[in-house]
Write a protein of this length. Structure first.
Length: 127
């Protein structure tokens, strides 16, 4: 698989995107109209595709155990903390698993679900 092949799949999904090196940046609009940024990258060394949603959310100390528990129970996406201290939802899978636009859409939807779980939790804590 190449980044050009991934680009074709993103285009087939009808998502607006920009290609940057070995990554594709896109926006996904949820049913509530909220936009979540998605980064789709190809890792040549490991022959894997990474679908990630970097969020503008910093983890609170009391939420770290929740993230750890979620990472142990989720079979798809995982929560990570990026170099700036923000939460990123990440789904890594073998490139051979992404053969069609539908396969890529399913990976994106999984990451969006993980992002929505974090955003809902943040909204509850702010209330």
């Amino acid at each position: 698989m190449s980044i050009d092949e991934l680009e074709v799949l993103v285009r087939a999904l009808g998502l607006p995107y920009q290609k940057r090196g070995n990554a594709i940046l896109t926006m996904y609009k949820t049913e509530t109209g909220e936009e979540i940024g998605i980064v789709i990258s190809l890792e040549q060394e490991t022959e894997s595709v990474r679908v990630a949603a970097p969020l503008d959310v910093e983890p609170l100390p009391q939420a770290l155990s929740w993230f750890l528990e979620e990472n142990f129970t989720s079979t798809t996406y995982k929560y990570t903390i990026d170099t700036e201290g923000f939460i990123t939802v990440v789904y890594d899978l073998p490139a051979k698993c992404i053969k069609t636009a539908r396969d890529l859409r399913e990976a994106i939807v999984e990451v969006i679900e993980g992002a929505k779980r974090v955003l809902e939790r943040v909204e509850k804590e702010e209330s």
